[in-house]
Ligand binder design. Structure first.
Ligand SMILES: Cc1cc2nc3c(=O)[nH]c(=O)nc-3n(C[C@H](O)[C@H](O)[C@H](O)COP(=O)(O)OP(=O)(O)OC[C@H]3O[C@@H](n4cnc5c(N)ncnc54)[C@H](O)[C@@H]3O)c2cc1C
Length: 393
């Protein structure tokens, strides 16, 4: 049986970040990933990396944070419209070279490739095609069925987490009927960065909300669907309805289309009873994507999990204290993130008369009030600080 200090189930962005942050603490880490090394995950998925996330990764590997900053785009600004009329617009200064930008925008695939490289350079062992199926917690260690054992197991194996099932906990929450269609368009990778644009009630989209966000090499278009929309029809021919939504001199080139449903769920506990197994990322929580809380909060989990296992192994505090603290802090953060995304969803869906009336009044007031426009610009993402010390996530 192969022994490590820490096993990480799942080689997605959160698992890789966890492994890297553990390795930076001097721990021997093995990542067990179900898929093959060559498997490619399509699409942009999570594109927005917050400055706090870059700083977290930079603590383990400064060059990684710099590469991600350089590879990603910092948008030229943000622009919000109501039924085709500008209600808010702001330009961003381009970040100075060598400084951590306030955020960077790149596809999740590019992030994962960079994290893999950084993990290998840090000595992390990556075991491909090694799904975690069973988890056994013994008095002195934890074993997984694939012949690996360690002092700790961190389950970062995504929304359908086998580790979560093995420790007997589950996600509790809701799934909204509303959803997005996400479309990636190819873009000139060397062109200047564009704006993030949010349209309330886009006239060319049947008055649905539309978000467009550039990332390195592409433009992401999110269409907020109505519960009655024909999702299969819209995803079958996205170019037909996307073209009028984006300024483009050339025909749109669709590289990916996906349908994304809003989940708002948090695991009942993030740790096992024996205090050797911790859950992180989508194994522990699912949020609606506005505000980019899914991936960014997963990397905040990764940092906290690495700290907990390092403290438990070095004896800074007892193992039970370190793991219990992780559960307390990160579950509370997840609940705050869930509440923040619930507030964003409430504004986006605007199913009640008073929310709709407030938004309409703000759109009218934005003709002469910058504050009203700024409010409309802000509300689709939920409160900026979910109240977690040192991190918005
Ligand atoms: C269409 C779409 C759009 C999205 N847009 C956004 C966005 O705009 N902003 C945002 O923040 N987030 C977005 N997300 C969510 C984002 O992709 C997730 O937050 C992120 O992938 C979570 O990372 P993770 O590492 O926790 O889980 P995952 O990325 O799911 O990684 C889990 C890994 O574990 C592996 N695995 C699974 N089971 C096992 C097992 N039993 N043993 C070993 N390995 C296993 C999987 O193969 C995978 O590699 C989007 C997702 C989708 C699908």
């Amino acid at each position: 049986m192969k022994h490590s200090d820490v096993l990480v189930a799942g080689g997605g962005p959160v698992g890789l970040a966890t492994a890297l942050l553990c390795a930076a603490q001097g721990l021997v880490v093995t990542v067990l990933e179900a898929e093959a090394e060559a498997a490619v995950r399509a699409g942009s998925r999570a594109i927005f990396l917050h400055g706090a996330t870059l700083r977290t990764l930079g603590k383990a590997d400064l060059e990684l944070a710099q590469r991600l900053s350089n590879q990603g785009l910092t948008w030229s600004g943000k622009h919000t419209l109501w039924a085709g009329r500008t209600v808010y617009r702001k330009n961003y200064p381009q970040p100075r070279s060598g400084m951590t930008p306030p955020f960077t925008s790149l596809s999740q695939r590019d992030l994962e490739m960079e994290l893999r490289r950084a993990c290998l350079a840090a000595g992390v062992r990556l075991a491909w095609e090694t799904p975690v199926e069973t988890v056994t917690v013994r008095p002195g260690h934890v074993e997984v069925g694939s012949g690996h054992r360690a002092s700790f197991l961190i389950g970062a194996d995504g929304a359908r987490s086998a580790v979560r099932t093995a420790i007997g906990t589950r996600l509790t929450g809701t799934r909204s009927d509303a959803s997005f269609i996400v479309v990636d368009l190819a873009d000139d990778p060397t062109g200047p960065p564009g704006e993030r644009v949010f349209h309330y009630r886009h006239p060319a989209a049947g008055y649905r909300h539309v978000l467009t966000a550039p990332f390195r090499g592409g433009l992401r278009v999110d269409l907020q669907c109505r519960p009655t929309d024909d999702i299969a029809g819209l995803t079958a021919d996205p170019a037909a309805w996307v073209a009028p939504l984006v300024p483009s001199a050339t025909p749109v080139d669709v590289t990916w289309v996906s349908h994304y449903r809003f989940h708002q769920s948090v695991a009942d506990t993030f740790v096992d009873a024996g205090r050797r197994v911790l859950l992180a990322g989508e194994a522990a929580h699912l949020f609606a994507p506005f505000g980019a809380r899914g991936l960014n909060s997963g990397i905040a989990d990764a940092a906290a999990a690495a700290e907990a296992v390092a403290d438990g192994l070095t004896g800074t505090v007892t193992r039970a204290e370190a793991v219990t603290r992780y559960d307390t802090v990160r579950r509370a953060a997840a609940l705050r993130n869930r509440d923040a995304t619930a507030q964003a969803l409430h504004q986006l869906l605007a199913t009640d008369l008073s929310t709709r009336a407030r938004q309409r009044a703000a759109a009218t007031a934005a003709r002469c009030s910058a504050a009203a426009g700024a409010w409309l610009d802000r509300i689709p993402y939920g409160p900026r600080d979910a109240g977690i010390p040192d991190s918005p996530y």
